[in-house]
Each structure stands twice: as C-alpha cells, then as structure tokens.
Design a protein. Structure first.
Length: 225
C-alpha cells in the first residue's frame, strides 16, 4: 500500500496566498494541508509516499527530510491538468491512495481495510461537481458531473492493483489517441468505471480548498468546534 499526492497545480483561485507557495502549503488550522495528509498516512503505516510537485516546487523540498516523502517534478504543471501528474508515476500506481494536495483533512479517513477500490465521499448538495451514485451495497453505479444532492468526490480515493492496471492501460490509450491536456485523472475512471470494482465510503471532516471562500468557510467551522 502506498500513496500519491497530486500537488503540481498553480492554485490561481487561492491567490494571493499562492503567490509564493503551492496550494498544498496553504495553512488550515495552523498547518499546511499537505503536512496533515502526510501525517495521517504515516499514522496508518503508509510510508511509501510520492508527492508530485510543479508550481513553486522548491517550497516542498523540506518534506523529504521531515517525512521521507519522495518528490517527483511535473514539468508540464502549467500546460496540462492533473492527469499528467499521475501519468508520470504510473509505475507507482498499485494498491494506492490518490490524494489531491488541496484537501484539508480534519480527521484521518485513511484506512488499511481496503478490499476494493474506493472513492471517499461526503454527502451534500453540490453544484457543478463530480457526484457519485451507488447501489444498496455502496458499490459505484454512476459518476455524474453537474448539480445534485448525494455523494460528492472528496479528492481522496484508493485503488487496487487490478484496477490500477486497467486505468493505466486506458490512460496510455488516451495519450496515444487524443488531446488529454485538459483532462483530470478522474476522467480515466469516468470512462471505464463500469469495468472497475469501486465502492464509495462516506466520510466527514474533509474539505477541498479551491478558493479563498472555501478557506474562510473551513476556518469558520474550525472556530465553532
């Protein structure tokens, strides 16, 4: 079991906080988001952690000494969406947690009892987001992009080696046949999820910080509790 943290993006919607640092180093509750992620992974015994850097990559170097994280630089961070961050380390994608660097975790939702691939998701009303539909066994039946009320992708997922091989194979086909630069890596799952064994696990205490307004809302929540 290992982990890949996708943290190459420029975080333009969080400026001016990201003028001098990557988005994953924005502090929430007094700690950079990515450090809390790493600490929670280590807490459950996941020590094989790869962080994909890009924008302001030098700011992340201290994580190597502090936590033993391996950092891989994505030199296309400014011209390609996060699909390329996973593509350049696809040889490490097996029994893997994939975590987006802009996710604040108030509680540790990582687990070692993963028997299938899994999207960790919150239940809420959402607008223009990636929603997940499930059956009575919480097995994924549909991925929808738009508005809804139900399970919402959190930016945290886990993938078995079997499903990783299928995703990588499809990703390589996409790279060979079409323009992939504006795709998210989750688009690869969207294309073939019917052929994967994915469950959805409901979580709480996890928030994606895309904008300054997102950050303000989470900081208000932390003050209340």
């Amino acid at each position: 079991m290992n982990a890949i943290i996708l943290a190459a993006g420029m975080g333009t919607r969080l400026r001016p906080l990201t003028n001098d640092r990557p988005k994953c180093l924005v502090e929430v509750g007094g700690m950079p988001m990515v450090e809390r992620q790493i600490q929670y992974l280590l807490e459950i015994g996941v020590t094989d952690i790869t962080l994909i850097s890009g924008y302001k990559a030098e700011s992340l170097n201290y994580l190597k000494n502090k936590y033993g994280v391996d950092i891989v630089f994505n030199d296309r961070y400014d011209t390609c969406n996060n699909i390329h961050s996973l593509y350049i380390v696809c040889d490490r994608f097996h029994d893997t947690f994939v975590v987006e660097g802009d996710v604040y975790m108030h509680t540790n939702v990582f687990a070692t009892d993963m028997l299938t691939s899994c999207y960790f998701a919150r239940k809420k009303t959402y607008t223009n987001e990636w929603g997940l539909e499930v059956d009575t066994d919480n097995r994924l039946t549909a991925i929808t992009i738009g508005n809804g009320d139900g399970y919402l992708m959190s930016g945290i997922s886990y993938w078995t080696a079997t499903d990783c091989r299928k995703i990588i194979s499809h990703m390589k086909d996409v790279y060979a046949l079409k323009d992939y630069t504006n795709l998210y890596w989750d688009n690869m799952v969207f294309d073939i999820y019917q052929n994967l064994d994915i469950k959805v696990r409901e979580i709480d205490g996890v928030y994606e910080i895309d904008t300054l307004e997102d950050l303000k809302e989470v900081e208000k929540y932390l003050k209340r509790i």
